[in-house]
Design a protein around this ligand. Structure first.
Ligand code: HEM
Length: 576
C-alpha cells in the first residue's frame, strides 16, 4: 500500500498524492533543471563555436577530444607549432576537449591588442597558471585586477636602474664562482658540462643575494631551499602532464602532492623568516615610518629586493604586508632564476655552434676589458657590447625561455580582420610561434641536403646546425627519394637585430619578455645578468658543442632533453 504524505505536506497537497508521488515530482523538477542547465551550456557552447568560425581550425582528432593531446611538450611539439604558423600565418582555434577553447596567436598584429589590453580587464587563467598558486600565492605573476596594479606600482621601483647597478657586482661575483668551479672540473678531466645545471645554480645564487642578501654558497654545496625550488618546478610540470592530477582533491592525496606541500613549506618558511628578521631590523633602525618619495628608498643604501619591498608605500602611505612581500619574493625566485638560466644556456649553445659569432663577441669583450685593472663588467660596460647584445637577442628569438603566455578577458576581444575572440576563451600568445613566423622573420630556415647515409656518418658538430629536424626531402622526379635527406635548420643570424635591419619591424615581433602592462618586470635585470655572464664566459673559455643531437624540451621554460652539454676549453691568456 502506498503511503500518504504526512505533516505539512499533507496539508498543502491533495490527499490522493503519495510520498512516492512527491518524490517523483521532485526528481522530475531536478531533472528538468539539469536539462535546462545542460541545454543552456550547449547553446552557449555552440554559439561560441559558431562565433569562432572566423578562425582557422586545424584538423581535430575527433568531435569530442578536439585537439586534445595533439601538441606535445617535445621537440616534435615545437615542430608542430612551426607547421601551424606556416599554414595559418596569424592565428587558429584549438579545442581541448569539449570544455576549453584556445585561440592560438602568432603574428605581431594579432598579439598586439591582446597584450595591450588594460590589465583591469585581463586575467591569468587557472588552466595554465593555477598549479603555481599554492607556491606563488597572490604574487605579481598570478594576481589580477586592483591587487595586481597596486603591487605592480609598488614593485616597479625595485627594478630602477639605480638598484640594478648594485646587482651587476653580484652577477660578476656569482659568475666568478661558477668559472672557478669550471676550471677545477676541467682540470679534473670533466670538460663537458650541462649548461642548464651549472647556470641555473649560478642564477639562483645571484637571485638569493639580490633578493635576500643571502649567501647560500649553493654553487658549491647542496642547499635545502634550492632543492625545494627544483622540486617544485619539476612537480608543477609533472602535474600539468597528468590529467588526473589536475583534480586538487586527488593530487593532494598522492605522493607527488605531499612532496609538493613539503617543498612549499620549506620555501615559504625560508622567505617568512627572512622577511620577519628584516622587518624587525628596520623597526630597530626606526625606518618603518618614514615616507619615501617615488622611486626613492628613504636615504638608506638599498641592498636587496626585500628591503625595497618592506619600504615601499602607495599614494595613501600604505605598505605591503608580510604575507604580500613573501608572495612577491617567492615569485621573483621562481620567475627570475630558471628563465634567465635558460636564456644564458641557449646563448652559449648558439655561440658554440657558430664559432664565427663566438669569436666576434669575444673580440668585443677583450677590447672592452683591455685597459681595465680588473676583469669586472660594470653597469656602464653593458651598453658597450653591441654585437654580444645582438647575439643574446637572436638567441632569445630562436630559443625564447618562455614559449607562450595565456590570457582570459572579461569582454570580447577584436583582432585584425574584424575577427572577434568571444569573452571567456583562452588566448594563447605564442612567443615561440611569433619568433618563428616566416612572414615576419625572413630566412628562417636553411635546408641542408645530404645523402641519407652521410647523415648517419656526418659529425653533428661539424654540421653546426641548431634544432635539426630530419624530413624527407622533396628531391624532384629524377632523384630517388631514399638517397637524400633534408636537414632543416633554423638560421641563427644576430644581424637581424642590427638597428638597420630592424627598421619597419613591429615591436611585437620580438617579445621574449612579453609586452604591454603585464610584461616582465625583471627584463632589465635579466638582460644585465645575461650580458655579464656571456661576456665573462667568452673572456675565459672557448665553447665547443658536443657531438650529439639537441632536442628542445618546452616545459615551464625552454630546456633541452637530457641537458645542454658543451665542452669548455679554458683560455690561457685573454689574447688566445
Ligand atoms: C631571460 C629571463 C626572463 C624571461 C625570458 C622572462 C619572461 C617573462 C614573461 C614572458 C613574462 C610574462 C608572463 C605572463 O604573462 O604570464 C614575465 C613576467 C614576469 N617576470 Fe620575467 N622573465 C625573465 C626574467 C625575470 C627576472 C630576472 C625576474 C625577477 C627578478 C622576473 C620577474 C617577473 C615577474 C614578477 C613577472 C610578472 C609580471 C606581471 O605580471 O606584472 N622575470 N617574465
Amino acid at each position: 500500500m502506498r503511503k500518504k504524505p504526512e505533516g505539512l505536506l499533507s496539508r498543502v497537497l491533495p490527499s490522493t498524492i503519495t510520498t512516492w508521488g512527491v518524490l517523483q515530482l521532485c526528481l522530475l523538477v531536478v531533472a528538468l533543471l539539469l536539462l535546462l542547465r545542460v541545454s543552456q551550456l550547449l547553446v552557449k557552447y555552440s554559439s561560441n563555436i559558431c562565433r569562432l568560425q572566423c578562425f582557422a581550425q586545424p584538423p581535430k582528432r575527433n568531435w569530442l577530444l578536439g585537439h586534445l593531446g595533439l601538441m606535445r611538450n617535445t621537440e616534435e611539439g615545437l615542430q608542430s607549432v612551426d607547421e601551424l604558423v606556416k599554414m595559418y600565418k596569424h592565428s587558429c582555434a584549438w579545442f581541448l576537449g569539449p570544455f576549453y577553447t584556445l585561440i592560438r596567436l602568432f603574428h605581431p598584429d594579432y598579439i598586439k591588442p591582446i597584450l595591450l589590453a588594460p590589465a583591469s580587464n585581463t586575467y591569468k587563467d587557472e588552466l595554465f597558471y593555477g598549479f603555481l598558486r599554492p607556491w606563488l600565492g597572490q604574487g605579481l605573476l598570478l594576481s589580477n585586477g586592483e591587487h595586481w596594479s597596486r603591487h605592480r606600482r609598488l614593485l616597479t621601483p625595485a627594478f630602477h636602474f639605480d638598484i640594478l647597478k648594485i646587482y651587476v657586482a653580484i652577477f660578476n661575483k656569482s659568475t666568478n664562482i661558477m668559472h672557478e668551479k669550471w676550471r677545477r672540473l676541467v682540470a679534473e678531466g670533466h670538460s663537458c658540462l650541462d649548461m642548464f645545471e651549472q647556470i641555473s645554480l649560478m642564477t639562483l645564487d645571484s637571485l638569493l643575494k639580490c633578493t635576500f642578501s643571502y649567501d647560500s654558497n649553493c654553487q658549491e654545496r647542496p642547499s635545502e631551499y634550492i632543492a625545494a625550488i627544483y622540486e617544485l618546478s619539476t612537480l608543477v610540470v609533472q602535474r600539468e602532464h597528468r590529467m588526473l592530477y589536475h583534480w586538487d582533491w586527488l593530487y593532494w592525496r598522492t605522493d607527488e602532492g605531499r612532496r609538493f606541500k613539503r617543498a612549499c613549506a620549506v620555501v615559504h618558511q625560508f622567505t617568512a623568516s627572512v622577511v620577519q628578521k628584516r622587518r624587525a631590523t628596520l623597526h630597530q633602525q626606526g625606518q618603518s615610518d618614514q615616507q619615501p618619495r617615488e622611486g626613492e628608498t628613504r636615504g638608506k643604501k638599498v641592498t636587496d629586493f626585500i628591503d625595497v619591498l618592506l619600504l615601499s608605500r602607495d599614494e595613501d602611505g600604505k605598505g605591503l604586508t608580510d604575507e604580500e612581500i613573501k608572495a612577491e619574493a617567492d615569485t621573483f625566485m621562481f620567475e627570475g632564476h630558471d628563465t634567465t638560466a635558460s636564456g644564458i644556456s641557449w646563448v652559449l649553445y648558439n655561440l658554440a655552434i657558430h664559432p664565427e659569432y663566438q669569436d666576434r663577441c669575444r673580440a668585443e669583450v677583450d677590447a672592452l676589458l683591455q685597459d681595465h685593472d680588473s676583469e669586472e663588467i660594470t653597469w656602464d660596460n653593458l651598453s658597450n657590447l653591441p654585437f654580444t647584445t645582438m647575439c643574446i637577442k637572436e638567441s632569445l628569438r630562436l630559443h625564447p625561455p618562455v614559449t607562450a603566455v595565456t590570457r582570459r578577458f572579461g569582454q570580447d576581444m577584436t583582432v585584425p580582420g574584424t575577427r572577434v575572440i568571444p569573452k571567456g576563451n583562452i588566448c594563447l600568445v605564442s612567443i615561440y610561434g611569433t619568433h618563428h613566423n616566416p612572414d615576419i622573420w625572413p630566412n628562417p630556415e636553411v635546408c641542408v641536403v645530404l645523402p641519407s647515409l652521410a647523415v648517419e656518418t656526418y659529425s653533428m658538430s661539424s654540421l653546426q646546425l641548431a634544432d635539426r629536424c630530419r624530413r624527407p626531402h622533396h628531391n624532384g622526379p629524377n632523384v630517388p627519394a631514399d638517397t637524400h635527406l633534408c636537414l632543416s635548420a633554423k638560421v641563427y643570424d644576430p644581424t637581424r637585430f642590427d638597428p638597420e635591419n630592424s627598421e619597419g619591424r613591429s615591436s611585437y615581433a620580438f617579445i621574449p619578455f612579453s609586452a604591454g602592462p603585464r610584461n616582465c618586470i625583471g627584463q632589465n635585470f635579466a638582460m644585465a645578468e645575461m650580458k655579464v655572464v656571456v661576456a665573462l664566459t667568452l673572456r675565459r673559455f672557448h665553447l665547443v658543442p658536443r657531438d650529439s643531437e639537441v632536442r628542445r624540451l618546452p616545459e615551464l621554460i625552454l630546456r633541452a632533453e637530457g641537458g645542454l652539454w658543451l665542452h669548455l676549453e679554458p683560455r690561457g691568456t685573454p689574447q688566445d
